[in-house]
Ligand binder design. Sequence first.
Ligand code: PLP
Length: 460
Amino acid sequence: MTKQSWAEPFKIKSVELLRMTTRQEREAIIAEAGYNTFLIRSRDVYIDLLTDSGTAAMSDRQWAGLMLGDEAYAGSENYYHLEAAIQEHYGYRYLVPTHQGRGAENILSQLMIKQGDFVPGNMYFTTTRLHQELAGGAFVDVIVDEAHEPASEHPFKGNVDIAKLDRLVREVGAARVPYVSLEANVNMAGGQPFSMANLKELSAYCRARNIPIMLDATRAIENAYFIKEREPGYANKSVKAILREMCDLTDGATVSAKKDLLVNIGGFLALNDEGLFKRAQNLAVVYEGLHTYGGLAGRDMEAMAQGLREAVMESHQAARIGQVRYLGEQLEAAGVPIVKPIGSHGVFIDAAAFLPHIERDAYPAQALAAAIYVEAGVRAMERGNVSAGRDPETGANRQPNLELVRLTIPRRVYTQAHMDVVAEAVIGVHQRASTIAGLRLTYEPEYLRFFQARFEPLGP
Ligand SMILES: *Cc1c(COP(=O)(O)O)cnc(C)c1O
């Protein structure tokens, strides 16, 4: 037996009471929500594993930081605190705060992508790709093949396949590739990291061709922890040092601070190029707010700066990733098909293997997320055919290889006993998997349909 050494490096000072519902109530609630877990009211959820975005518990120091909010329209003190923390930890020179990650993605995409460009990346992310497309670009997936195989135990499934990238660059020419969109701890692949060796190779390739690397650093600190755990030569380096080494190999970053940085709202764009930064600051006033607040209150920026200092603590990451692994290992032991290795921010259930009797266009992952809610009031999220959306050219469902349900663990919010309840619920659904029916779309919005789409069950 290995020792469970990930115990929380904090104690609890304030609690929020939860409400339990009956199965009968939940059956009515999920039907009312159109079988879409995004449309359930939070008061009807017992354990909320919809997302790790903006759902973290802040520390007493972060709450104290809120009181230090300097709510000046221009030049808030908190902006300068955040700028210093970002320069120290990520190492980029220039900061543009944004209301959340997609605000930064919008500015970056509009500034760098021209109509007809190609943007290679290690698997798409929903909002990132949409902004690239809205700016006139086409996203091209250059992640290693293993990322698309749920059972592959590759330790760095977030790696870029440099040969795939090179094929694209040769085909369209480096001038049509405004940057490489590199995501840390690839969300859609199951929270899978890239290795430093892969990033070094990518950086050398890109620098030789004058192609910038823009890092989606939303979960870069969790990626740094995996590098420390898994990559030869990094065991004795600090997470903080690994993060810096990573960022130094790239040219800028977009960040949703609602993940790694332990805040409920916030994001930023960070850059090294002064000319690009000036243009980004200018676009910020169009879409976000003045360049020293970017849609945030001063207090939000203070909480973010403190969250960053806490996020690079090894004890935090050990507990964070340890808790996710604790849940994943229970599911695996019970024979539930999950994405391997277990990622950083959640356990991803392979819905295609879990519900083999449901065809992809009947949305097995959507049906499974609904069934898990009915079982125990646990809210998960679909990450498959619905999230992938339709091909803008043909209008057909994109049908990604991965058809997943994500049990995403908020940071510092739930206990080990909550994880036990979640495991029991999913194992219960697994035992009656053959009774679950597929779904049919009854309403489909144009953009990011997974947030607002509605469904009804096919047959009994
Ligand atoms: C959440 C997320 C985003 C978008 O950030 P928001 O704060 O939700 O706008 C971008 N990239 C990744 C990898 C994310 O997980």
